[in-house]
Write a protein that binds this ligand. Structure first.
Ligand code: AMP
Ligand code: MG
Length: 413
């Protein structure tokens, strides 16, 4: 049986970055840039004031100098009148600096008396002016391929006149639950039946990852129904099935995939939970057969599927982000497979602590409740004492963000 490290490298080597598409910058949120972007114009387009105040020629002025205010220049309107020595123009933040002026005195450093001002401080020559092109010059490279586009990048693109960009598209993912015991949420389950919760978990995670999701419902444990639904899923970039990949009599997913051009790359990985995970391709579609147990399908999604999706979407480092943390409670050793334990993180005096969930059963969704990270515990590891520094795989929040639950205070009526 292969290890997780081997298996994840096979996944990353197999899946390919999707061909780029053109998107409006609004729709490019969370996508990765596929082509370099250059500024269409200089920013700022002209020298302009960084303060509300007075534009003037600064040479020779000191605290106490008196000037006559000869005009007013708001943002967005050029000032055409010539300025002479001893004169000033009232100027607003962002307004172009009038010809002949080289300094801005902030409102707070001038006393106004009728049409005159007295400077309360000696102005530094050239102060409070934002220079043409100081943010970027026309044609300057702004963002390089591989950059993920978040709010700051999107604002920068807008400033530079870029309305559409080449990005790697959102992966299109089909989700198929399998199992005769499953029913959809709605009517109460009959005897022995349970709700198909895996599709809810995976659809939610896929949406969080910015994917297009196509839920294909539940396939019965029989070849024809499985085959029809698998065929529909193979039209997308990724097909995820859950259940039916173990060694039970009704575990028919691999056979059914085989009828539709599937080539397996691995089946079974030395991990707990999630051992029966299946991965391969059918044409251009990457196929993941996740185990049916809720917490197993959840952890194999994080360990195998999410990295594949991030690779397809052009992220440079598709693997889960890691964080060094202090273990809050001891962990047993002696397990033959590499374990991945669910847990929560909390911050204490600038460092993070990982608290393994008391429920780790692969059969329960409750094991996932509130989980923010997975702790990999090596195969054959001895017990690990509380207080040990360990490295976790982050699921929810990037480092630096508050990980503590905050309850909003009820305001007094
Ligand atoms: P299987 O891998 O098909 O043998 O399923 C393993 C366990 O996971 C069984 O107890 C199933 O009832 C349960 N299971 C399978 N699929 C789902 C699903 N979509 N939602 C919730 N539980 C499931
Ligand atoms: Mg089943």
């Amino acid at each position: 049986m292969i290890t997780y490290d081997e298996a994840i490298h096979r996944v990353i080597d197999t899946v390919k970055v999707l061909p780029p598409v053109e998107e409006t910058i609004e729709n490019a949120l969370g996508r990765v840039l596929a082509a370099p972007v250059r500024a269409r114009w200089a920013m700022p387009p002209v020298d302009n004031s960084a303060m509300d105040g007075f534009a003037l020629k600064g040479t020779g002025l000191t605290a106490g100098s008196e000037l006559r205010v000869v005009g007013f220049v708001p943002a967005g309107r050029p000032f055409t009148q010539a300025i002479s020595e001893g004169e000033a123009v009232r100027i607003m933040t962002g307004a172009p600096i009038p010809a002949g002026c080289d300094t801005v005195v902030p409102m707070e450093e001038a006393e106004v008396e009728d049409d005159r001002i007295h400077l309360s401080k000696t102005p530094g020559p050239g102060q409070h002016i934002r220079r043409r092109g100081e943010e970027f010059e026309e044609g300057e490279p702004l963002l390089s391929p591989g950059t993920p586009l978040y709010a700051g990048e999107i604002a920068l693109l807008a400033t530079a006149g870029i309305s559409t960009v080449q990005v790697y598209p959102r992966p299109r993912v089909a989700l198929l639950a399998t199992g005769d015991e499953l029913v959809e949420l709605g009517a109460p389950p009959g005897p022995g039946q349970i709700i198909n919760s895996n599709t809810y978990l995976l659809a939610a995670r896929l949406r969080e990852e910015g994917c297009h999701v196509l839920p294909l419902g539940i396939a019965r444990d029989e070849q024809r129904d499985l085959g029809d639904k698998i065929a529909a899923g193979l039209r997308l970039d990724v097909l995820i099935t859950t259940g039916g990949v173990s060694v039970g009599d009704r575990d028919l997913v691999q056979d059914a995939l085989g009828q539709h051009g599937f080539s397996p790359i691995f089946w079974k990985v030395k991990i707990k939970p999630g051992k029966p995970v299946l991965f391969g391709t059918a044409g251009k579609t990457a196929v993941f057969g996740l185990p049916g147990n809720p917490a197993s399908s959840a952890s194999t999604f994080e360990l195998f599927v999410r990295p594949a999706l991030r690779r397809m979407a052009g992220f440079r480092d598709p693997l889960p982000p890691r964080l060094k943390v202090t273990l809050s409670t001891a962990i047993d050793g002696g397990e033959k497979r590499q374990r991945f334990l669910w847990g929560t993180l909390h911050e204490d005096q600038g460092s993070y602590h990982f608290n393994p969930s008391s429920r780790q059963s692969s059969g329960q969704n409750r094991s996932l409740q509130g989980a923010q990270a997975l702790l990999p515990v090596p195969a054959e590891s001895p017990a690990i004492a509380a207080g040990t520094t360990v490295e976790v795989l982050l699921l929810r929040l990037p480092p630096g963000q508050s990980l503590q639950e905050t309850v909003p205070q009820q305001s007094e009526p």
